[in-house]
Design a protein around this ligand. Structure first.
Ligand SMILES: [Zn+2]
Length: 281
């Protein structure tokens, strides 16, 4: 079933009736042994199916430098910069964290950088020895978002409780996005109550993701965003292939089905939410 990695890229889905934003993508990252994507071609393919704008996320120093380059070159792109929670412990151990933070802080001032992220906690890929460094780094990024007046994009892998606790302790920025939301109904309700946005990726289309679809089903539309997290998390039926922003329509249509709303209505909401959080392109 589906298209395997070896049969070439998945075909373009039907275009969306109203353009939306891919609010989290990594145009600097190659999948497996592949080449990094051709940015102009990625934008053209996405634009052709109703995804003409995206937020490029650079989550280490090379990624952040790349982000500044492409957001200056392409009107379709805004940027996000941060030190990923799996980057922070190593930088800390090597004594490089302070200089890395200083560079991120410079990039964060760029007028086309509109979000600080992805930051947060990852208890799946980083063991207990890295928790303190991750939490310190998360707190620093929350503060940076508030000082710069930019949105915050949160990465949460197997760390729901600590994410919610630390956001509450620090005070969340005005626009706080849980990127690639992975919580259950209870967490979704808590996030909505606090005014956070939930960004759904291709994982919501996965056959085994019933709990995630339940979480989506209780989320009001004004709290929703959509993303690829490309090159990862390719939506069904192309799971396993390399992801790219032109596949967003598959996720949007699956979300509309879960929410029981028509596709134009969802697109309108997602587009408006994106502009509210990130500002105009
Ligand atoms: Zn990401």
């Amino acid at each position: 079933m589906g298209v395997s990695v070896h049969s070439g890229p998945p075909p373009a889905p039907d275009p969306l009736p109203i353009p939306v934003v891919d609010n989290h993508t990594h145009l600097d990252l190659a999948r497996d042994d592949g080449d990094p994507p051709d940015v102009a071609a990625v934008i053209a393919a996405a634009t052709a199916v109703g995804v003409p704008r995206m937020v490029q996320i650079g989550c280490d120093l090379p990624g952040a430098r790349f982000t500044i380059e492409v957001i200056e070159r392409y009107a379709a792109l805004l940027g996000g910069v941060a030190l990923h929670p799996n980057e922070a412990p190593g930088l800390h151990d090597r004594g490089e964290l302070d200089s890395a933070k200083a560079e991120i802080e410079l990039f964060a001032a760029h007028p086309r950088v509109r979000t600080i992220g992805e930051t947060g906690l990852d208890y799946y890929r980083t063991g207990p020895e890295g928790v303190a460094a991750q939490q310190d780094s998360f707190r620093w990024h929350i503060d940076l978002a508030k000082r710069t007046g930019k949105a915050l994009q949160v990465h949460d892998r197997d760390a729901h409780e600590d994410i919610l606790r630390i956001l509450a302790e620090e005070g969340a920025p005005e626009h706080t996005v849980l990127h690639c939301f992975s919580g259950d109904i209870e967490m979704a309700r808590e996030c909505v109550e606090r005014g956070y946005l939930l960004s759904f990726s291709g994982t919501v289309t996965f056959k085994n993701a019933r709990e995630l679809r339940n979480a989506l089903s209780v989320t009001p539309m004004e709290h929703l965003l959509v993303e690829t997290d490309a090159p990862y998390l390719t939506p069904a039926p192309h799971r396993g292939a390399t992801n790219a922003p032109y596949l967003v329509p598959l996720t949007v249509r699956a979300m509309a089905g879960v929410l029981n709303v028509d596709v134009p209505t969802l697109c309108t909401a997602v587009a408006a939410n994106s502009e509210r959080v990130y500002g105009p392109w």
